[in-house]
Design a protein. Sequence first.
Length: 278
Amino acid sequence: MANSDAVEPITLTGKNVTAAIDAYLFDALYGQEGIFEKGNKLKATIISNNKIRLSDGLLINQGHFLRIKPGMYEDLTIDNGTQNTKRCDCIVAEFRISSDGETHEIKVVKGTPGTVETVPKLTKNDLENGGSIRQLELYRVHLNGINISGVDKVAQSVYSLIQLFSIMNRGDKVKLIEIYLSDEQTHACSRNIFYAGRKYDDGAMAIKFVNEELFKAPGWKYYLKVLKDGILQEIPMMENLFIISTTLTKEAGVYTCQIIARYNFGEKQNHFQSLNLK
């Protein structure tokens, strides 16, 4: 239905650009959420069985930014584990709208102990359509008994526009791997990422799936989950490419990859069969 208030000019002299509009614009510009490749990238370090330390860095949560200032850190408390049980806690950036205003903070969502890990259910409201709470998952903390057994990064890596243009324009320093997926959307293959198994010139790697029709379903966004030597990254598709940064390509080895498709901010999720790149 037409409405006289439907059309909203934004960049006008004297126009008050609210934080909500600002976030809307940045969400449109980046089209993803996660941790920027800036500073120490909010790196998580296990300090003790009750403390995880996040280094400086910047994140974006549906267009809303939050940072840990350069050279500083944030310590997060992990509640005691329980003997003979396992637990998974989530470190999240939580944006909340209430009658008192807006808050954006990093917090721990505690999981339920049991014989197997259960990932806590997070709140992922759409802030642009009346939602009031949005939790962006950054890390998963794994507890085995009373000990922290590991911390996995879950958040995507977000590149600045300059970084993206640089990667696209490097040409000879970016290794492009093209892969075809079968009609069943499953594939297993091997590709040589490194010449003679050596470090690949400090360059990034781009993976392109040539049957692009698989990635055009309205409302779906696609990510490549890459696991190598315990390092897990989830990489968003940009202009039909998955760009893997040098943090993963600095050493030769086998990469276990899986495509993930998410619909409407993660309300639905599909997994493709894993494939190996080596």
